[in-house]
Design a protein around this ligand. Sequence first.
Ligand SMILES: *Cc1c(COP(=O)(O)O)cnc(C)c1O
Length: 502
Amino acid sequence: MPETLRDRESEPGRVTPSIAEPLLFERGRAGRKGVSLPEWDVPRCRPEDYLGAASVRSDPVGFPELSEPEVVRHYTRISRWNYGVDTGFYPLGSCTMKYNPKIHEEIAAHPAWRDVHPLTPEQNVQGCLQILFEMEGLLREVSGMDACTLQPAAGAHGELTGMMIVRAFHEKRGDRRSRVLIPDTAHGTNPATAVLCGYEVVEVPSGREGILEPQALAQYLDDRVAALMLTNPNTLGLFERHVTEIVERVHGVGGLVYCDGANLNAIVGTVRPGDTGVDVLHFNLHKTFSTPHGGGGPGAGPVAVKAALEPFLPGPRLRKSEYGYSWDRDLPDAIGRVRAFYGNFGVILRAYAYIRSLGASGLNRVSRVSVLNANYVQALLKDAYHVPYPVGCMHECVVSDKNLTPFGVSTMDVAKRLIDLGFHPPTIYFPLVVPGALMIEPTETETKEELDRFCAAMLQIAREAAGDPDLLKRAPESTPVSRLDEVRAARKPRLRWEPVDA
Ligand SMILES: *Cc1c(COP(=O)(O)O)cnc(C)c1O
């Protein structure tokens, strides 16, 4: 074994030999080949004669030269270090890591969609435009809103688009407002969005029940408030029961209500956010409407608004007439374009297929089963793990490490041990209002048996905390790299196998 590996057998970040391999570039040997072709039987040509000397490089590219099995093993091995929804249970709270039916991949990969160039004249891509147009309609129907744009590329991008619309709305009326109210349970992207739009963020504490109390909100409401950004259900997995009264109060001081719809999986087909009175809403198609996601993409974060805000939606807007579908670019009040072309078409297509294949009753079942599954998990875990808000939850439940801290065991240890037991850990240390939070979102696509297996692992860990806390401190032991020093791994990532401080 090379010296540098033996050095690292001690914690943290112990590396197992199986993954200690050089980069492909370092492994290459001149002349090694993955294919063998017959001898040339035609005269060799000089590329310069055809392309011109200026287009032909003189220095070698330096691609590694490797045998076929070396390449196959390299990529197959890397793919197996990955963990995804197709390999196992993935209860990452707030992220809705549901299983994505493979039929959507086939549809998205069909040449009729896949090979269309985005600059094709609109009369030649009427089918694509029809999908986009109908998708806007489906999202309006699901959300109870009046108008929709499919442009934003992710949830956070949708938030930015939505809040730019809010700002444009107030500015158009000559109404100068400086503040955005955000509950303490909000996703970090909410305050980030408000700040990017030039607003001062005011944090509003949630009440004892983990939701926003209209009375408590009242003291923050005045004519400086541009908007309240509300996530419903919130990140504690609780439905904001007072939403209609809250909306009335915010409207009462001339503010708007932005609904972060990333948690729509809990209510899709059951509650329409538009009916609760909110003015702007973003969807996470890649969460609620099924697209493989993680590792930063791809996603889609459409934004829907009430009629009063429609003029401010980004352009171009899709219109339908007797001649077919066309783009309307004559939009004097639009905030402008927020993305190249017309959104992440492949993601929109998958979501379209998902909605059309489930229909209204199927979507209703999605939210009902996702809520049932989360409550089932909460019920099985509630004796071993502290449940900060012991009420019925929506699509995710939040437990904490409070019962384990007497043994010196923390949420981090639970998460690491879950990896050894074959599960992706839930979201940890979020939401911030719960110390040592574990936020579990099982989604509707898991069977009861899978939920039982996960809960059995969680209960085993709680027993181990009392009996053998050191075991939890060492975890994970089954992974290519053992527990890392998280801060150093983030600040000083070591991406290749070299001596630690060389
Ligand atoms: C995921 C999420 C977002 C951000 O969505 P991205 O697509 O990751 O940008 C915003 N708010 C909540 C509540 C979320 O769960």
